[in-house]
Design a protein around this ligand. Structure first.
Ligand code: ZN
Ligand code: ZN
Length: 476
C-alpha cells in the first residue's frame, strides 16, 4: 500500500502523473469538473495542479473479475435463500397479478438494497429483517424509479424505431442494453431519475472504467440468459410445477447476483466515479465525505502545505501574498497559516500588516486563545498595534474572562481613545466601570466612568441600564 507523500502514516489514494507524488484524500484539491464530466469532481495535485489518477480500491479490495465465483455464493445466506424462495413461490401459488407484482417489487427492492450495501463496502447480503422494517415508500420508490426508467427507455425506443426504421430501432436497443447497467448504477448512486437518463452521467461510467465496464456487461448478459438456458436442459425431466418454480427461483437468484455485481463495480471504482466512501475502512459507510469542491482558501492552503512540507517557506509566503493581492479571501485557518509562516521567518512588518485581518476572522469564529496570543505577540512588536473595534472589544472581554483584568482595562481604554466614534465605545465604558468596581474594588473610578458614559450617550439604547448601574454604585 502506498502512503501519502505528505502524510507518511496515511494511505495514498491519488497519484499525480506530472510530479509522481502520491496523496491521501485530504491532500488533493477537489474542484468542479465542468459539464463534460457529468458534474464529477476532479482531484488535482496540490503541487502542479495536474489531474491526479486514482490509485484504486485495488489497494483495498480485489477487482471483480478476480472474484467472480464469490458472486454466486453471495445470496446463499439462509435468510436470503428463504426470502428468494418465498417470493418465487408467492408469484406461482397465487395466480394473481397483484401478488405477483408485490413479489416482484419486494425482490427488486432486495436487489436494490444489496447493490447499495455492496457499494458502501458491506459484502454480506442484507438481512431480511432490514427489508421488512423499512418504510413503505423506501421499499416502493426505488422500484418505481427503475420501472419508470425502463418505461421511458421503451417509449423512446418506439419513437426511434418509428422514425428510423428497424435498423435504427435495433441500434437503439443494443445501445440501451449496453448502457442499462450504467443507468441503474447512476440511479442507485444519485436516486435521481433525471440524472440516470442524462448521457453525461451514464456515459461517464463506461468511459471512466473502460474495459472493466465491458467485462461487467458480458457477465451481466450471461447472468441474464443463463437460468433459462440451464433449465431448458432440465425441464423435460421435471414436473411442470417444479420446472416453473425453479425458473422463478433462478430468476430471483440471478437478479440478486447481478445487482450485487453492479454494486461491487461501484465499490471498486467509487473514487473514480465520485462515489465517496471511507476506503480506509471499507465496512463503515458513515465515514463518507461530502462530494463538494474545495473553497478557494482550502485549495490555496493545500498548495501552500506542499511548499511548507518541502521546506520552501519563502515560496509559501509569496504564494499566499500573491493569491491574497489578487483578491483571494482568507479564512481563519489560512490566515493563521500565513501568520505562522510570517512569524517563522521573523517578518514582523508582515505580521503587523496581516494581523488585523487575521484577528477579525479569528474573533468572528470565537477562537479565544488563538486571538489573544496573536494580539499579545503583535503588541510586543509594536506598542501602537491595534485592530478593528469589534475585534478589539471582544479581545478585551476575553482578557477579562481569562483573569487579565489590567490588560482588559488597557484594551477598553485603547478602544475609546483610538476609535472615539466606534459603536463599541459606550459598552467599553460600561465594561471599564464594571472591571474597576468588581475586580479592582475602585468604586470611585467606576462611578466617574459611569457618569461620563450616561452624559456622553444619553440616547443609547442601553441608557436605562447604564443609569441603573450608576444608581447601584450609589453615584446618583
Ligand atoms: Zn503533481
Ligand atoms: Zn496527505
Amino acid at each position: 500500500m502506498k502512503s501519502c507523500s505528505m502524510h507518511p502514516t496515511r494511505t495514498a489514494h491519488w497519484h499525480c502523473p506530472e510530479c509522481g507524488r502520491d496523496y491521501c484524500r485530504q491532500c488533493v484539491i477537489r474542484q468542479e469538473g465542468g459539464p463534460l464530466t457529468g458534474g464529477r469532481l476532479l482531484r488535482s495535485c496540490p503541487k502542479c495542479l495536474a489531474e491526479t489518477s486514482w490509485i484504486g480500491a485495488e489497494t483495498v479490495i480485489k477487482p471483480f473479475w478476480e472474484r467472480l465465483p464469490r458472486f454466486f455464493v453471495y445470496p446463499l445466506a439462509p435468510g436470503t435463500v428463504i426470502y428468494m424462495a418465498v417470493l418465487a413461490l408467492g408469484g406461482l401459488v397465487f395466480r394473481n397479478w397483484i401478488v405477483q407484482f408485490i413479489c416482484w417489487v419486494l425482490l427488486l427492492n432486495y436487489a436494490y438494497v444489496a447493490l447499495k450495501n455492496t457499494a458502501s463496502g458491506n459484502l454480506n447480503p442484507p438481512g431480511v429483517d432490514e427489508m421488512i422494517s423499512g418504510d413503505f415508500l423506501g421499499v416502493v420508490l426505488p422500484v418505481v424509479k427503475q420501472a419508470v426508467l425502463v418505461f421511458v427507455l421503451i417509449v423512446l425506443g418506439v419513437f426511434v424505431a418509428g422514425h428510423t426504421g428497424i435498423f435504427g430501432g435495433l441500434s437503439y436497443l443494443i445501445l440501451v442494453m449496453f448502457m442499462l447497467p450504467s443507468m441503474i448504477i447512476v440511479l442507485v448512486n444519485t436516486e435521481s431519475l433525471l440524472t440516470a437518463l442524462n448521457p453525461a452521467a451514464f456515459l461517464a461510467l463506461p468511459f471512466k472504467i473502460g474495459k472493466a465496464y465491458f467485462i461487467m456487461f458480458v457477465f451481466l448478459a450471461i447472468l441474464f440468459f443463463a437460468p433459462g438456458a440451464l433449465l431448458q436442459w432440465l425441464l423435460p425431466y421435471l414436473p411442470a410445477w417444479l420446472g416453473a418454480y425453479l425458473m422463478a427461483f433462478a430468476e430471483n437468484y440471478y437478479t440478486v447476483i447481478s445487482y450485487h455485481l453492479m454494486g461491487y463495480v461501484l465499490l471498486q471504482y467509487h473514487e473514480t466515479l465520485g462515489y465517496e466512501m471511507g476506503a480506509d475502512d471499507i465496512r463503515d459507510p458513515s465515514r463518507r465525505e461530502p462530494e463538494i469542491a474545495d473553497e478557494p482558501a482550502v485549495r490555496e492552503a493545500k498548495m501552500v502545505e506542499v511548499l511548507c512540507r518541502e521546506g520552501d517557506h519563502e515560496s509559501a509566503v509569496e504564494h499566499i501574498r500573491q493569491w491574497h493581492s489578487q483578491g483571494g479571501e482568507f479564512t481563519a485557518d489560512l490566515a493563521r497559516q500565513y501568520f505562522q509562516l510570517l512569524k517563522n521567518k521573523n517578518d514582523t512588518s508582515g505580521m503587523l500588516e496581516h494581523a488585523p485581518e487575521y484577528l477579525d476572522l479569528a474573533v468572528a469564529e470565537g477562537r479565544k486563545d488563538e486571538a489573544l496570543e496573536v494580539y499579545d505577540t503583535c503588541r510586543k512588536i509594536d506598542r501602537n498595534f491595534t485592530v478593528n473595534p469589534p475585534a478589539l472589544f471582544k479581545i478585551g472581554e476575553w482578557m477579562a474572562e481569562a483573569g487579565r483584568f489590567k490588560d482588559a482595562l488597557k484594551t477598553f481604554s485603547r478602544l475609546i481613545k483610538k476609535f472615539p466614534e466606534a459603536d463599541e465605545v459606550p459598552l467599553s465604558y460600561f465594561r471599564l466601570a464594571q472591571l474597576y468596581y468588581d475586580r479592582l474594588m475602585d468604586a470611585d473610578r467606576a462611578r466617574k466612568i459611569m457618569r461620563t458614559l450616561v452624559k456622553k450617550f444619553p440616547d443609547h439604547e442601553m441608557n436605562s441600564r447604564f443609569q441603573n448601574y450608576l444608581e447601584y454604585l450609589g453615584g446618583v
